[in-house]
Design a binder for this molecule. Structure first.
Ligand code: XIL
Length: 383
C-alpha cells in the first residue's frame, strides 16, 4: 500500500522528471532518499522552524517543504534543540519551535534526529549559562544541570527522536584537547562528556547516541590536529565504557585552495581513509550529519563553480559510501537561499555561495545530481 508520502513524492517526482532533460536524471527523479534506500541508507536534511509562509528553510515554507517531502526521509532541527532555543533560564525550558518541527516530521512520516543535547563551545551557550554560578559544589551542580536537560528532552520526545548528537564539537581543533568552558571546568572535561552519554543512554535507550564534530578531510594542520583529538576522545570512550554508538562527521567540506578536484582529492583521500578506518576499527558507526560544500575558493563563474562543487562532493561521498558503517547522510539544508554558509564565511568576490543541492530559485543543481549518482553507484550495503 502506498502511504501519503509515497503518493506525494511520486506526483512531485513526475514534475521533477519532466523538468530534467537527461534520461539519467529522469530515472533519478525518485528522490534522494529512495536512491539511498537501495543501498540500505537514508537521506535527510536540516530544517528550521518558521511562521506559516516564512521565507526560510522551514517546513512552513511550501517551496521548501515540497523539496523535503520529495527528497528526504529524515529531518534534523537546524537550531531548535540547542540550549539557546530550549533553555531560556537554568530552571526553564521552551520547546515550542522544536515541537512544531517534531509535529511536522511525525505527520509527514519523517524520522527525526536530535541535534544537539549539548553544543560544547561556550560561544554557543545561552548568556545565563556562561555567567552561571555553580555554587559550592560545582561538579554536582553541573552534573545535575546536564542530567536534567537530557532527561527533560528525552522524556518529551520519547521514541520520536531515534538518534541524538549527544555532544557536539567537544574537541578544540587547534590543540586536539577537550574544550575549556564554564561547564567542563566545573565538572571535568571527560566527565562532562561521560555524564551526557550515560544520561542519554538511561533516558533514551532506544536511540542511537552520536558524538558529532567538524574535523574534515581537507589537508589543513588544524584538521589534522582535530582528527587526532577526536580519535583520542573516541579511544577514551571505549576504555571507560562510555555508551557512544557512532561518530557524526559534519561534512561541511570546503574548497579552500585554487586546485583542481583531482588535486584536492589526491592530497586528502589517504589520510582521511586512515582516520575512518581507525574510527570503524573501534566499532563506531558513521554518519554524515551536516553535509554542504563551502565553495569559497571555487571559480566565480556559476557553471564552472557548480561543476566543481558537484565533482568535489561526488568524490567525497564515494569514499564515505564505501563504508558499510555509514547509514545516514543529512544535508545541512537543501536550498542555497537559506544556507548558513552565506553568513559564516563569505566569498572574497562577495558572490552568493552555492553549496547545497538546490539554488536560490529552488532548482536542482549539479550537486543534487552528484548526490544522486553517489547513492546510485554505492555498491556497499549499509551495515
Ligand atoms: C548553525 C546554523 O546553521 C545557523 O543557523 C546558526 O546560526 C549557527 O549554527 N556546526 C553545527 C551546527 O553543529 O549546529 C551549525 O549550525 C553549523 C556548524
Amino acid at each position: 500500500m502506498l502511504d501519503r508520502r509515497t503518493v506525494l513524492a511520486s506526483g512531485l517526482a513526475a514534475g521533477l522528471a519532466a523538468s530534467f532533460s537527461s534520461p539519467v536524471l529522469a530515472a533519478e527523479a525518485d528522490g534522494l532518499s529512495k536512491l539511498a534506500e537501495r543501498s540500505g541508507r537514508r537521506f535527510g536534511s536540516a530544517v528550521a522552524w518558521g511562521k506559516p509562509g516564512a521565507d526560510r528553510g522551514s517546513f512552513a515554507n511550501p517551496a521548501y517543504a515540497s523539496i523535503l517531502e520529495r527528497e528526504c526521509s529524515l529531518l534534523v532541527p537546524e537550531n531548535e534543540l540547542k540550549w539557546q532555543w530550549t533553555r531560556p533560564g537554568p530552571t526553564t525550558f521552551d520547546f515550542k519551535q522544536l515541537d512544531a518541527i517534531a509535529d511536522y516530521a511525525k505527520s509527514h512520516g519523517f524520522d527525526l534526529r536530535g541535534h544537539t543535547l549539548f553544543w560544547l563551545p561556550e560561544k554557543w551557550y545561552p548568556k545565563w549559562l556562561v555567567a552561571h554560578d555553580f555554587g559550592a559544589k560545582p561538579a554536582e551542580a553541573a552534573e545535575a544541570l546536564l542530567t536534567e536537560h537530557v532527561r527533560t528532552v528525552c522524556r518529551r520526545y520519547g521514541t520520536r527522536i531515534t538518534s541524538y548528537d549527544v555532544v557536539n564539537e567537544a574537541v578544540q581543533p587547534e590543540t586536539g584537547e577537550i574544550r575549556d568552558t564554564v561547564v567542563t571546568k566545573a565538572l571535568g572535561h571527560e566527565r562532562t562528556l561521560d555524564v551526557m552519554f550515560h544520561a542519554a543512554k538511561a533516558e533514551a535507550p532506544h536511540a542511537q547516541l552520536v558524538y558529532n564534530d567538524y574535523m574534515s578531510w581537507e589537508r589543513t594542520g588544524e584538521d589534522e590536529t582535530h582528527m587526532r583529538g577526536v580519535l583520542k576522545l573516541l579511544e577514551g570512550f571505549r576504555k571507560r565504557g562510555t555508551p557512544v554508538d557512532a561518530l557524526g562527521i559534519q561534512s561541511h567540506i570546503r574548497i579552500l585552495k585554487p586546485l583542481t578536484v583531482a588535486e584536492l582529492v589526491s592530497e586528502a583521500e589517504g589520510p582521511w581513509r586512515r582516520f575512518l578506518d581507525e574510527v570503524v576499527g573501534m566499532g563506531y558507526k558513521l554518519l554524515i550529519t551536516e553535509f554542504d560544500v563551502n565553495d569559497r575558493k571555487a571559480p566565480s563563474d556559476v557553471a564552472k563553480r557548480d561543476r566543481m562543487v558537484a565533482d568535489y562532493a561526488k568524490a567525497y561521498l564515494d569514499i564515505m559510501l564505501s563504508y558499510p558503517q555509514l547509514k545516514d547522510v543529512l544535508a545541512w539544508g537543501m536550498v542555497d537561499r537559506y544556507s548558513w554558509l552565506e553568513g559564516f564565511d563569505p566569498r572574497p568576490d562577495k558572490l552568493k555561495k552555492r553549496g547545497t543541492p538546490y539554488d536560490a530559485n529552488f532548482k536542482a543543481k549539479p550537486l543534487r545530481e552528484a548526490i544522486a549518482s553517489a547513492f546510485a553507484s554505492a555498491s556497499v550495503q549499509a551495515a
